[in-house]
Each structure stands twice: as structure tokens, then as C-alpha cells.
Design a protein around this ligand. Structure first.
Ligand SMILES: *Cc1c(COP(=O)(O)O)cnc(C)c1O
Length: 498
């Protein structure tokens, strides 16, 4: 299995190269040359397997330059009970009737980013050995909150690796911020920027693709890689849990092999839902892919109109990990839907960076409509959903998951679709205690972050995950803030190079 760039079909690299390099030199994203089929018999054979076995099976189809033993060792190290608090790793719960919740937040940072970022450092280590550059790997991350912490936790004290995280100063929840600024490890740094997530992501992408910066690092025996969802090593582990959810629906008798499920994903950078689309391309029976957005509804509008337009107001919402106007991974979807037309992708992406918008062809628009549904919801609807789901079903969900639940219910009501539907639940509710408590009707104005956690615990009886409760009283290690124009200098300073 080789990997091409979305902006140049002539680029051809191994999985190990795609993972260590992170992004193609032309600014494009690495994509597999084809989608390895997953047959009904193969799915059957995975039904009674553990998550590690399912992961090893699926990942081996893409990481063909890894040995089976290497893939298995990575999966075992990542999805262990030392790291995850549920033996199923990604358990599926039935909310009601045909609606199921795939809980992706039982890892160390309580958000779904752990599903990929617990295994990425292991994939990166094996990849670096194969590409044998012998350089120290510098992981540069832009985060809307959850990626940063999950990457710090995944890469902390990983040998021959440094990790630098930039987050928008006012764009993450207090708990997310506390998780990052108290991060332990000898090889980690965290810095806030004055700007929003798109500024952080654009800054990181610019540094990444600047040949002068790459030279400077090379002179110092270092090279960049990415832990953002543009990295293939981030995306491929996410395919696994959709296969796993389908196996669980077979196992509990909801579906017979071959019958379809829908998938609903609360979406930001389009990584999570793209993984579901890739699973569908492999042959996993997925009917509709339902893309749920918050008030930053650039994807809803795109799916419904064929025009992507980031020239609009940016809203800070109660689901901050989805406050994004440039969804990077959409480029990978467009590449497939355009019939792998790299010239068309180059054109659209340059229009996006120059004018902030582009319109896809009618063929691509039709292809989007065939598989995707877009929906969105504002903060009031999110809060009403949290309260309603808790009061009706006794299930407590976080703000991001609630966006997906709302869009899902609207879709099922409007269409009368009775296909069993899996909602990706992307964070533990305690990561967003303030918004969740407010949704339940509490007045939080006088409470500090940990009093909110306590109050939520009292109100709901849901257990507080230990990685969050243990942050109480910790002193911040990282207090730096920089302007978005100065990110490159901050990187040099943190790496100690001139
Ligand atoms: C990152 C994140 C999302 C968005 O996922 P994408 O893969 O970027 O679309 C949604 N919810 C939570 C809690 C997240 O951390």
C-alpha cells in the first residue's frame, strides 16, 4: 500500500514515510492509493474479537510496510486497561430504540482524540525506525482543546521526540486549558496564541511547509511531524472503531451481517467522519454519514450547497472543539469524490486560501449528497438536548455529543429513516462541566471549575473520571502567550535553535 498526495498523484510514499512526514511537501494530505476491501466474512470473523484484535486486523490492511507483530504491539500498547477505563475500549450503548452511542472517551484525557493519539506515538516510533532518518522528531500541534492534551499525553517522554502545542488563548474550556498547562514530561511545551483555532492551525501549517524552517531543523538534527488529524497515523486508527461498532451491533443482534447502519459525527476538522467514510469505502455497510456542526455551520452549508465559504463570522460556542471554519480533512474527501483529480483539488485549495471559498462541480456535489447529510444546532438547542436526554433516558452527554444527538433526532424525525444509527460520542461530560450543568438548569456563576465538577456529580450521580479529578490544585507549568505572527520564533526558542 502506497500513499499519494491529494495535490499531486505522482507523490508515492510508504505508510511509514507518510506518518513521519505528516504532510506532503506540496501542502497536500497523504491518502492511501486504494481502499482495502473488508468482506462480510472478515467482519464476521471480528465479531468475537477484542478491540486490540480488531485494530490489528484493520490497521494491517493499511500499514503494509509494518509487520503483523509490529502492528499488534502498537495496538496492545495503546489500547490497554492501563490507558483506558473500559475493557471494551470503545463501548457501544443503546440510547433508545434504534439509536446507539459509541463512547470514544474512556482514554486518559477523556476525549475521543485518545483513540488515535494513544497509538500514534507507537506508529511514529516504528515508522521512524523504518525511514531511518535518525533525527529527533518534533511534533507540532495546533489544538482546539482536546488534541493538544491527548497528543501531550501520548508523546510525553517518548524517546527521540519533542512535542510543542499551540492553543487559542480564549478558545478552550477551563478544564482543557488546565489539562494542558499542567502537563508533565521532559519533552513537552505548551503555548497560548492570541487568535482562534484557525489562526493556530494556519500558523502550524505555514511553519511545517516552510523549506527554510525545515533546513534549520535539519541542521540541528531534527525534523517536524504532525499529530494533527492531517497525519495519516491519526486518521487510520479512527477507522477501527466504526468497524468495531458494527461488530458490536452484530453481536448484540441489532443487525444481521450486511444490513446497514447510519453514523452521526459531531464534526470539526472532518477527521472523525472521514474515517467513517473510509470504513464505508472498505465495504462496511454504512448508509448515511450524518455530519453535525454547531453554530459554525460551514460544513452544513457546504453539504447543502456545494459552496465552501469561510468568509463568515466565527462563533465561540459551548462545543469549542468544533469551532472551526477550515476543516482540513475535507480535502481528502474531495479528492476521492472528484475521482482523484489532483488538479481540481489544487485549484479549490488555492481558492480557499486566497478568497476563502470555492464551489465544487455538480458531479462532486451529487456524490456528497449520496452519502452525506449535514445538520447543525446552536447552543440553546445543545443545552436543551443535554437536559432532555438526561431526563428521558438517564444518559448524560457532553456538549459535542449533544450537537450530534440533536442533528440525529432531527434527521430521523424528518426522514422517517429506521436504520440503526450510531452516534459518535466524543467527550466525557465532565470535560465541559460548566455548560453541562447550566444545561441541566444549575446556576454555576459562583462556582470554580472543581466545584462545578462536584455539583455535576451531585446532580447526576455520574462518576468523575480520575484524570480530571486529580488536576485539582495542580500548579500550571506553562503560562506563555504569543501573537500568531510569532509562532515560528517561539518554536525556535523552545527547541533552543537560532
Ligand atoms: C476534536 C473533537 C471533535 C471534532 O472532531 P474532528 O475529527 O476534528 O471532526 C468533536 N468533539 C470533540 C470532543 C473533539 O475533541
Amino acid at each position: 500500500m502506497q500513499y499519494h498526495s491529494t495535490r499531486d498523484n505522482a507523490v508515492c510514499v510508504t505508510a511509514a514515510r507518510a506518518i513521519t512526514q505528516g504532510i506532503s511537501k506540496d501542502g497536500g494530505l497523504f491518502v492511501p492509493e486504494s481502499f482495502p476491501p473488508l468482506s462480510a466474512q472478515e467482519i464476521d470473523s471480528l465479531v468475537n474479537c477484542s478491540y486490540v484484535e480488531r485494530a490489528t486486523y484493520v490497521l494491517s490492511k493499511y500499514l503494509t510496510d509494518f509487520t503483523q507483530e509490529e502492528v499488534k504491539a502498537c495496538a496492545e500498547a495503546a489500547y490497554s486497561l492501563e490507558r483506558f477505563r473500559d475493557p471494551a475500549i470503545a463501548p457501544l450503548r443503546t440510547l433508545h430504540d434504534n439509536t446507539h452511542i459509541l463512547e470514544l472517551w474512556h482514554g486518559p484525557t477523556c476525549a475521543f482524540k485518545d483513540m488515535a493519539l494513544q497509538i500514534l506515538p507507537h506508529l511514529m516510533r516504528v515508522s521512524a525506525e523504518k525511514t531511518s532518518d535518525g533525527k529527533e522528531i518534533v511534533i507540532l500541534v495546533a489544538t482546539s482543546g482536546d488534541t493538544g492534551k491527548a497528543a501531550l499525553e501520548g508523546f510525553r517522554d517518548a524517546p527521540h521526540t519533542r512535542i510543542l502545542v499551540f492553543y487559542p488563548e480564549d478558545g478552550v474550556s477551563p478544564m482543557q486549558k488546565l489539562q494542558m498547562v499542567t502537563q508533565e514530561g521532559e519533552n513537552v511545551s505548551v503555548c497560548a496564541i492570541r487568535g482562534n483555532f484557525d489562526d493556530a492551525q494556519t500558523g502550524v501549517k505555514t511553519i511545517f511547509t516552510d523549506p527554510a524552517v525545515a533546513d534549520m531543523l535539519a541542521q540541528n538534527g531534527m525534523m517536524f511531524s504532525s499529530a494533527n488529524s492531517i497525519n495519516w497515523g491519526r486518521l487510520v486508527p479512527q477507522i477501527v472503531y466504526y468497524v468495531s461498532a458494527y461488530c458490536d451491533l452484530l453481536k448484540n443482534g441489532t443487525l444481521k451481517n450486511g444490513e446497514p447502519m447510519n453514523v452521526v459525527v459531531p464534526t470539526g476538522n472532518f477527521g472523525n467522519i472521514l474515517a467513517a467514510y473510509y470504513a464505508k469505502k472498505m465495504g462496511l455497510p454504512i448508509a448515511k454519514l450524518i455530519c453535525a456542526s454547531n453554530k459554525n455551520r460551514v460544513l452544513t452549508d457546504f453539504i447543502n450547497s456545494g459552496t465552501y465559504d469561510r468568509n463568515r463570522a466565527f462563533f465561540t460556542t459551548t462545543s469549542p472543539s468544533m469551532d472551526i471554519l477550515i476543516s482540513s480533512n475535507l480535502e481528502r474527501l474531495l479528492y476521492e469524490l472528484s475521482g482523484r483529480d489532483d488538479a481540481e483539488i489544487r485549484e479549490w485549495m488555492s481558492a480557499l486560501s486566497k478568497d476563502g471559498s470555492y464551489t465544487v462541480s455538480d458531479t462532486v456535489k451529487a456524490a456528497i449528497e449520496e452519502s452525506f447529510v449535514g445538520g447543525c444546532c446552536d447552543d440553546e438547542q445543545t443545552a436543551a438536548t443535554i437536559r432532555n436526554i438526561f431526563e428521558t433516558y438517564g444518559y448524560l452527554c457532553d456538549t459535542h455529543t449533544a450537537v450530534a444527538v440533536h442533528v440525529c433526532e432531527e434527521y430521523l424525525r424528518d426522514t422517517g429513516d429506521t436504520t440503526p444509527t450510531v452516534i459518535a460520542s466524543t467527550a466525557n461530560p465532565y470535560k465541559f462541566s460548566s455548560s453541562v450543568l447550566t444545561a441541566l438548569g444549575a446556576d454555576v456563576s459562583a462556582l470554580d471549575e472543581f466545584e462545578k465538577v462536584e455539583a455535576l456529580n451531585t446532580a447526576t450521580g455520574e462518576a468523575v473520571p480520575s484524570p480530571l479529578s486529580c488536576l485539582r490544585g495542580r500548579t500550571p507549568r506553562f503560562t506563555g502567550v504569543c501573537d500568531k505572527e510569532n509562532m515560528q520564533q517561539v518554536v525556535y526558542d523552545l527547541l533552543g535553535i537560532q
